[in-house]
Design a protein around this ligand. Structure first.
Ligand code: PLP
Length: 286
């Protein structure tokens, strides 16, 4: 039985109970993180915990947890649960209020829940073994604060479901000006004429930890130019390469968008360079 953390206690998953009056359940009012670990080593732990704190500030949820407390929960859960590769899921909601009302009381005690789940081995920088993605496209119909890693994921779920219904593996999203935002559970990069391009950070996209680590690695160790800027629909459709990034996918090559091949339809050379560097240096980002 998985051991989970709930409000200060470690207990078996089936003994972890929260009230249906929790505002996370009633309003989807909370934030979360998913942090991968391989053989006990976390990838991007500090940036994940920083983003968690940014989310708590944005929602004005106050906890007494220090960075050391979060680190302790992460380490204990990895120790208490079996598995070589585990992702740690942390969720914090506003807490439980006995009356359902949109306005919240400032004195609610946040609900803090964390558990682990098994993940596959980290992707390899190998063209013959990497999982390739065919993706759908959709107009981004989510809210205006996608920079907050909110548990209110209904928009993302609906966009992702489109890919399931179209037998693809992700949905790439465009705003009302036909500019690339991100995908339902990933950030997006394109490559054109050996330049690596990704949308700049703003309220339309999640500041992905993998995006952050990859950009830092590319700027330090890669010979190719990197740009963060507006990316149009036409640029995506005519790109030489398209990649998705997320904590468990790392850098994933897209080979078809809406049934049209990306570039040659094969995994690209710059993907290989990027995933090779990512595999080599990601361990520096603890
Ligand atoms: N964008 C969205 C909407 C996501 O849900 C995720 C991950 O879950 C990402 C981007 C990638 O973020 P990260 O690299 O921190 O996993």
């Amino acid at each position: 039985m998985n051991t989970v953390f709930l409000n200060g206690e470690y207990l078996p998953a089936d003994k972890a109970l929260i009230s249906p009056m929790d505002r996370g359940f009633l309003f989807g009012e909370g934030i979360y993180e998913v942090i991968p670990s391989y053989s006990g080593q976390f990838i991007g732990l500090a940036p994940h915990l920083n983003r968690l704190n940014d989310g708590l500030k944005a929602l004005k949820i106050k906890t007494s947890f220090t960075l050391k407390d979060w680190l302790d929960i992460c380490n204990q859960l990895i120790e208490k649960n079996d598995g070589e590769n585990l992702a740690l899921y942390i969720q914090v909601t506003r807490g439980c209020s006995l009356q359902r009302h949109h306005a919240y009381n400032n004195d609610l005690t946040p609900t803090i829940y964390a558990f682990t789940f098994g993940i596959p081995n980290a992707p390899l920088a190998d063209k013959s073994q990497v999982k390739t993605y065919k993706v759908s496209t959709d107009q981004d119909l989510r809210w205006q604060r996608c920079n907050i890693k909110s548990t209110s994921l209904l928009g993302n779920v609906m966009h992702f479901q489109k890919s399931v219904e179209e037998s693809t593996q992700e949905t790439i999203l465009f705003n009302s000006k036909n500019e690339l935002t991100e995908a339902s559970a990933s950030n997006v990069f394109i490559v054109k004429n050996k330049v690596i391009i990704t949308p700049h950070l703003d309220h339309q996209i999640l500041p992905g930890v993998t995006r952050f680590i990859l950009l830092d690695i590319l700027k330090k160790y890669c010979e190719y130019a990197v740009e963060e800027r507006v990316v149009s629909y036409d640029e995506v459709i005519n790109a030489d390469e398209v990649w998705l990034t997320s904590s468990t996918k790392e850098v994933a090559p897209v080979v078809a968008i809406a049934n049209k091949e990306v570039g040659s339809g094969r995994v690209g050379e710059l993907w290989l360079a990027a995933q090779t560097l990512f595999s080599q240096y990601k361990g520096h980002y603890e």
